[in-house]
Design a binder for this molecule. Structure first.
Ligand code: GTP
Length: 299
């Protein structure tokens, strides 16, 4: 029997991990394995999914669309040994999913798996705030590779419907419809056209991983984020602030929105562990590291 595979793609911060978490916790009784690929070496998504999945494999330090193709192949083989009933792959928000689809049609794997659905997450609020996103070749490649588009963070407005019409994909607003289990678990890929050749790279993006062994000054940290906001596409990770360093926070910044929430204990985070991703132009990792270093409360 072929193990179904669902690939979740979509731009940075669009809601892929959130959707996969909902899927893992959904009422379907399936044993699901998740393979996730974060942009940086700090594999935050794998940590956020670990409690809910049967097996979680995090692919670190690269993007599965290119550098990590071999790792993805190995991970799929490893995961298949545990006989899951479904495999969910989260593509990095900086990946062109065509590289992943290539791996999924590997001649040996094809005897064991079947790619049932490729879903692209689109952040409705992000598109309304930054319509230029529609022209980003990476964003477009992610939508083009998908069988359908799932809209997060907002309703399907007439304006959004018109903006997405050229891509000719079925549009499903998660807000109204909830998690489309039937679509994700059904075989929507049966009539999928072969992927167009070529690959869009993420050269226009730049990431920074930053760690601190000391808790941070909240006002200084917030000022740094505010300062780099125009270039910043995504930030996520764990933080401790003075004067209550015993409390661990999860930072989620995607598009225009930043949120801090209480995080499950992580003894490996003494002060902070963060990944920040921005548009290469104007995003200077060295200067940003120095600015972030200044937010550490020393002594
Ligand atoms: N309001 C709202 N927020 C959402 C929704 N989905 C995700 N978010 C929030 O958006 C932020 C990013 O969500 P993730 O699920 O981590 O996004 P992602 O696509 O996995 O991000 P990367 O893997 O970093 O590209 C988090 O703060 C989520 O809580 C949604 O449907 N509605």
């Amino acid at each position: 029997m072929l193990t179904p595979v669902v690939l979740i793609t979509g731009f940075l911060g669009a809601g892929k991990t959130t959707l996969i978490n909902d899927l893992l916790r959904g009422d379907h009784g399936l044993r699901i394995a998740a393979i996730v690929n974060d942009f940086g070496a700090i594999n935050i998504d794998a940590a956020l999914l670990r409690d809910a999945a049967d097996t979680v494999v995090g692919l670190e330090n690269g993007c599965i669309c290119c550098a990590l193709q071999g790792d993805l192949l190995r991970s799929l083989r490893l995961v298949l040994e545990r006989a899951p009933e479904l495999i969910v792959i989260e593509a990095s928000g900086a990946a062109d999913p065509r590289g992943i689809l290539e791996v999924l049609s590997d001649p040996i794997l094809i005897g064991h798996i079947r790619t049932d659905a490729v879903a692209a997450l689109v952040d409705a609020a992000d598109i309304s705030a930054r319509p230029a996103r529609l022209r980003d070749p990476l964003w477009q490649a992610q939508i083009r590779a998908a069988d359908f588009v799932l809209l997060s963070k907002g309703p399907l407005t007439p304006a959004l419907r018109a903006q997405l019409a050229p891509f000719r994909k079925p549009l499903l607003p998660l807000e109204d419809e909830g998690l489309p289990l039937a679509l994700l678990l059904g075989d929507s890929g049966a009539l999928r056209a072969p992927a167009e050749p070529g690959r869009v790279t993420a050269d226009h993006l730049q990431s920074l991983e930053w760690e601190s062994a000391l808790p941070l000054d909240p006002a200084a940290f917030s000022a740094v984020l505010h300062q780099i906001a125009p270039q910043l596409l995504r930030a996520k990770g764990w933080l401790r602030f003075a004067p209550a360093p015993q409390e661990l926070h999860l930072l989620q910044l995607a598009g225009q929105r930043a949120a801090l929430s209480p995080a499950a204990p992580r003894p490996d985070v003494a002060g902070a562990k963060l990944v920040l991703i921005g548009l290469r132009e104007g995003f200077a990792p060295d200067a940003l590291t120095r600015a972030l270093d200044q937010t550490r409360l020393i002594g």
